[in-house]
Design a protein around this ligand. Structure first.
Ligand code: GLN
Ligand code: ZN
Length: 762
């Protein structure tokens, strides 16, 4: 029985790589310093894995930015626009070319845009999207992978296992940059390079090689399935002496089980944390030649493994395959979990005893192995921890559970249908056509951030902090009045982050000090942990909204984060369905909405930017998810009277295939990001498909550029063709917290002018 690991976090337990990269980018340090930090991190990773007793230790899982970009560089899939990076400036190295692809390059008269970035399956990790052209040729460009193997070999007692993204997944992760071909057709051009690399690794002494093929767990077309067969029979023919391990994760193999089992490789890895029930079907399907790597430890979450549950899977596999053909492993790369629970000194010990981060998960692999070999004594402590979690009063709040169980149909519905509400609200607010507003946050200046840091360190008292935040809020109100916006916001100065702020005020959440997880490049997030039943001990935002409202004669929108987004951006409990947790959060938000209404707030925005990213990876699972996600939003929004206007906001996303569900959220107003697509995204909302009011974003907030009045008028005219004028709002694409005040004021002044111009045309 081998102890297997698919990959390890690389940003550093103290985010050393983040700091080293950012210093290198800013020119403060040189290449050697960066390479040193990277080497140290790799060595540390190998050391902890070796100490934990892992047999198949990955190498080439390290990356300076992203493992998909590494693959593009390795395979010579380098878009032409980057040629100049090396030719024009002779001092630049392969590493500079690499960072140019990741981040764009603006130096020495060159101005080259970065490659696109998108989400890695349903995680919060973002990868750099490969760019493909018709008949594209590949060649082995970067020797990083063989260097990684040689370096690992020097540092380890056992032979390291190189990790590569498999050829089919690599192609499917990319995008066609011209018409007239499908990227999967490039497989024939790609395979020779894989074979060359694999054979070189074998020459250097590699035994096992891991090829990541998560697409085997996704919906595949016939052609894509055929590409799998072709790819792996070709590789198996050409690389006979290597043992290949094909790794799948994030979903069950499902209808691809027979395909995956038929690939002529030595081992298959499956995700049994996400999809434990697939073990039976996979066991039925695999031939005698195949070993099975059991991903029993959740690589996507932070909970201590339930050994009994895992052992029942491991024992079943052993009894069918024999010990020699069974590997024990985390479900996926540990990239998605924080480094080390031991670094958390502030988490309550009772809760801490329920958790495991990357380093602890390695120990779990090892302990499960020992238990499966007969050392049952290790079971007892784990059993106790699981039991304490099952019964803890910290987690289980009968009042919360019974309230969720008691939710009725009526709790998910506003009192009157939208047309009735719209009439009442139009009369109440008496806003002009094309009312102007913003999405919520105003610039989080260094001064504001400093205040929060001081409060945390005890440098200022909560009273002083509040006074300063109040001052910033009043200033923001005055600025908005001067600009002439119709509906104001309080500016969100008191919030560090739109999820963390609420998590800190809700019961059932806990926060880490060092629980960083890579999001993209050098960026990390520190997701809150939802460990127990969620409830709202007291008001969370009422004080700030009321304060802002008292300082102006105009309407100030209340500002909340929605239940699905809070769920989506946290580590979530694994002891109850996600839908149940979301319902609990929805009730807490609902209470806050009602409290805001009571405090005299007449418009309340509930942000749900993460609704779309929560969509399951397999289409067949979409309806069930959309059902509970939309219901949760409706629960949070439906406690108020008809004259209270509920807004929601969503960032850049395709709405076409889920527009009926967006409409079913029944917010009185939705603001969406549309400017970057020139209102193309708005088309989903046209016709009768979306009856409620809409604020299509008229300018992009991701850049400091101040939009002109004219360009916003053009966009609004486009919107007016698609929607009835009485339904249109005017606002930016998203919140303005990352912008500076100067550009913010200038942009909003132009936006208000654009609204005035379009009103004249009606
Ligand atoms: N209200 C939030 C803000 O303005 C919304 C942010 C978001 O959509 N991600 O910052
Ligand atoms: Zn947004």
């Amino acid at each position: 029985m081998q102890k297997n690991n698919l990959g390890y976090p690389r940003i550093g337990a103290r985010r050393e790589l983040k700091k080293a990269c950012e210093q290198y980018w800013s020119g403060k340090t040189g290449r050697d310093e960066l390479l040193d930090v990277a080497e140290r991190l790799r060595r540390e990773n190998w050391k902890v894995q070796q100490e934990a007793g892992i047999d198949l230790i990955p190498c080439n899982d390290f990356s300076f930015y992203d493992q998909v970009l590494d693959m593009s560089l390795t395979l010579g899939a380098i878009p032409k626009r980057y040629n100049a990076v090396l030719t024009q400036n002779k001092e630049n190295t392969e590493l500079d070319l690499y960072f140019a692809m990741a981040r764009g390059y603006q130096k020495g008269g060159l101005d080259i845009t970065a490659m696109e970035m998108t989400k890695w399956f349903d995680t919060n990790y973002h990868y750099i999207v490969p760019e493909f052209h018709k008949n594209q040729a590949f060649k082995w460009f970067s020797s990083r992978i063989t260097e990684a193997f040689s370096e690992a070999k020097k540092n380890l007692d056992k032979t390291p296992k190189p990790v590569l993204i498999g050829p089919v997944t690599y192609l499917l992760l990319g995008k066609e940059k011209e018409e007239g071909f499908e990227r999967i057709d490039l497989i024939k051009n790609l395979l020779p390079v894989y074979i060359e690399i694999l054979n070189k690794l074998k020459d250097l002494g590699a035994e096992w090689v891991q090829l990541d093929e998560p697409f085997l767990a996704m919906d595949l077309s016939e052609k894509e399935k055929e590409a799998y067969r072709l790819a792996y029979t070709t590789i198996a023919d050409e690389c006979k002496e290597l043992k290949l391990l094909v790794a799948t994760y994030f979903e069950a193999l499902g209808d691809n089980t027979a395909l995956a089992a038929s690939l002529p490789v030595s081992a298959l890895h499956i995700d049994l944390a996400r999809a434990p029930r697939q073990l039976d079907t996979v066991l039925d399907a695999i031939p005698d030649s195949l070993s099975l790597s059991l991903g029993v430890i959740d690589g996507r979450n932070i909970w201590k493994n339930d050994y009994e549950k895992s052992l029942s899977l491991i024992d079943k596999a052993i009894s069918r395959l024999g010990r020699d053909r069974v590997f024990i492993a985390p479900s996926c790369s540990l990239l998605h979990t924080p480094y080390d629970l031991d670094a958390e000194t502030a988490i309550d010990p009772e809760i801490k005893n329920w958790l495991a981060f990357a380093r602890q998960k390695l120990d779990e692999v090892s302990e499960l192995h020992k238990i499966a070999e007969g050392n049952a004594s290790l079971l007892e402590e784990n059993r106790k921890a699981q039991e304490s979690r099952r019964i803890s009063e910290r987690i289980h709040k009968p009042r919360v559970k019974s309230r969720v169980a008691g939710i009725t149909e009526a709790d998910t519905e506003r009192r009157s249908p939208f047309p009735v509400r719209q009439k009442i609200q139009k009369k109440r607010f008496a806003l002009p056509l094309y009312p102007t507003t913003t999405i919520g946050s105003f610039p989080q200046t260094p001064d504001i951030r400093k205040l929060r840091a001081q409060l945390k360190k005890g440098g200022i008292s909560p009273g002083e902090y509040a006074a300063q935040i109040e001052k910033a809020t009043v200033e923001a109100i005055r600025i908005q009045e001067k600009i002439g916006l119709d509906v104001l916001v309080h500016g969100e100065f008191e919030r560090n982050d739109m999820v963390e702020y609420f998590g800190e005020l809700l019961d059932g959440f806990v926060f880490t000090q060092n629980g960083w997880v890579q999001s993209y490049g050098s960026r990390c997030v520190k997701p809150p942990i939802i460990f127990g039943d969620v409830s709202r001990p007291e008001d969370m935002t009422v004080q700030w909204s009321r304060f802002a409202q008292e300082h102006t004669g105009k309407i100030v929108k209340g500002m909340l984060t929605g239940p699905v987004t809070i769920l989506q951006w946290s580590f979530v409990r694994d002891d109850q369905p996600r839908s149940e947790t979301t319902c609990q959060i929805a009730l807490a938000i609902r209470d806050e909405v009602v409290a805001l209404e009571k405090a005299g707030i007449s418009m309340i925005q509930i942000d749900e930017p993460a609704i779309r990213e929560g969509l399951p990876l397999r289409k067949k699972d979409w309806p069930a998810y959309l059902d509970w996600a939309i219901r949760a939003f409706r629960i949070s929004a439906s406690g108020v009277r008809d004259e209270t206007q509920i807004h929601t906001h969503m960032c850049y996303s395709e709405f076409n295939d889920i527009i009926a569900h967006i409409a079913a959220m029944d917010a009185d107003v939705i603001t969406i990001e549309t400017s970057r697509s020139q209102m193309e995204l708005l088309e989903a909302f046209s016709g009768f498909r979306y009856p409620n009011e809409i604020g299509p974003g008229v300018y992009d907030i991701h850049s400091p550029r101040v939009p002109t009045v004219e360009e916003m008028v053009v966009l609004l005219k486009k919107a007016a063709i698609l929607l009835p004028a009485e339904n249109i709002w005017v606002n930016p694409d998203c919140g303005l917290k990352t912008r500076k005040w100067e550009e913010t004021e200038a942009a909003l002044r132009n936006m208000v002018k654009a609204a005035a111009l379009i009103r004249k045309e009606v």
